[in-house]
Every structure is written in structure tokens, then in C-alpha cells.
Design a protein around this ligand. Sequence first.
Ligand code: GDP
Length: 296
Amino acid sequence: MFEGLSERLSGILNTLTRRGALTEDDVNAALREVRRALLEADVALEVVRSFTDKVRARAVGAEVVKSVTPGQMVVKIVHDELVAMLGADADPISLQAAAPVPILMVGLQGSGKTTTTGKIARRLKERGDRRVLMASLDTRRPAAMEQLAVLGRQVGVDTLPIVAGQNAVQIARRALEAGRLGGYDVVMLDTAGRVTLDEGLMAEVAEVKAATNPHEVLLVADALTGQDAVNTARAFDARVGVTGIVLTRMDGDARGGAALSMRAVTGKPIKLVGTGEKIDALEEFHPGRVANRILG
Ligand code: GDP
């Protein structure tokens, strides 16, 4: 995760910290390099621009405290602005609502939505001691429904029995009813994905959302698709409204462009990241820790 960027930035910033005094030109030269490194990591151009502008504004006017060198001061500013760009604080899934709390999972097919649904259910069960019910709303792909049932058995979480002939909204309503009657704390609704963003998908997700009033709408996106993941999130948010992002396949993402741009472009927090195919490969997203990792 972020290996490429981390190496580049440490190189640039180490050169700064080794110097005693810094001129404005030194700062600008370093920021040009930072800008190039961020663009190479596939960070959205508007995000890069705003980031470097903010760092420049603070670095040029900054009063250097006695205990640090000017270079260390710039590194601190870069760190702080990176944290701000990533969303400042961790933003975990909220369950502050009447039980059963509905959580709607949305995203494109292949993004890791079903796997992530299982991962979150397992986490809520094991760490939060919650009773979770999962339901697949993918009426077009019986294999997807079966996949969720298999995951449920694997992690010891109940799934809604499959009834043929119901549409997504009917299944979602049945899931909430089963959640109420069964005394579940959380009902996770795994919506159907499509290969591309199309109006049919959006309309169905919007209809399910209107029928279930979910407390969280989590958009699952594949980090490896870079700016496409960001654009997908933006489109879902504009059409349906999302409360947070889960970025999958971070384990294979050396560049980090999606993770770094997501918050700044969409205004929505990355709540969790998928870090592998295993069912426990799910981590909370902590902006401070991520910035530390990037800046070594
Ligand atoms: P869906 O079509 O969006 O429901 O996608 P799936 O949940 O079926 O996932 C598609 C593939 O991605 C599966 O092989 C998953 O094991 C894999 N996958 C999901 N999340 C991650 C992740 O965080 N890291 C890796 N390496 N693979 C993942």
C-alpha cells in the first residue's frame, strides 16, 4: 500500500530536512516534486493542486519553532495536510439507530461488494457482539445469492432464505421484517451490481434505499481502478446518496490514488478498507496512520 508514493515523498522530504535554512525557492522546488509524485500515484489533479497550495501557503509564512529545522517544519505541514485531505479522523460504521439497523451495500459488480458484506457482518458479530442478518438482493444472479449464503455459513451469520420470484424491494422489505421478528441488531442488504454504471442499476438501488431507509449506505469500490473508483463513488453519491466508502483490494494497490483522492473529491469518508481475499482482511481507515505510513 502506497509503496511508490512513500518512497518518492521520503526522498523529497529527506533532502529538505537535511538542509539548515530554506528559501521560498527551496520550498517551491520541493512542492513541484511532491506534486509530480502525487500525480504519478494517480491522485486527482484538483486534489493535488489544492493540497500543494495549502502546504505552500502554510510553509512560506510559517514561523519555525526553535526545536525543529525549517525542513522538519515543512514535513510536519505536509503530514498535517495529508491527514486533512484523507478526512482527519477515522469514521467507523455507525449503528446508532433503532434495531434492526439497515445497512445498504452498493457498488459495481466485481468491486468486492458481497465479500465485503460478509467481512463487515463477521466483524460486527465478533467485535461488537451484534446479531446480523444478511440478504442478497441480486435477483439476476442466483450465484451471487448463493455466494452470500456460503459466506454466511462460513462466518456464522444468518442469511435471509432465498425465495424465487421476488424483486429487490420485496426481498429488502422481507429482510427488514425478518430482522424485526428475529431480534436482529443489524440487517445488511447486498444490492445487485452491474459491470458498468447504468441508470437501471441506479434506479433499483434508489428504490431499495427509499423502501428501507438505511442508516448507512456503503459504496464498495475497487482501489485498483484508481480514479474510476472515485468517479463511481461520485456518481452513486449524486444519484443515490452514500454515507461512506469501503475501498477494496488495497493489498494490491501500490499507488494509492483512489484512497488519497476519495475523501477530497466526494466529501465522503473512507470507513473501511479491504486488504485481502480472506474474510478477516478488513481494516478501519485511520487518516493519521495512513499519513504516517506514507511519510514513513
Ligand atoms: P462483487 O461482485 O462486488 O460482489 O464482488 P465479490 O465480493 O464477489 O469479489 C470479487 C473478487 O474480489 C473475489 O474474488 C474476492 O475474493 C475479491 N476481493 C474482494 N475484496 C478484496 C480485497 O480487499 N483484496 C483482494 N485481494 N481481493 C478482494
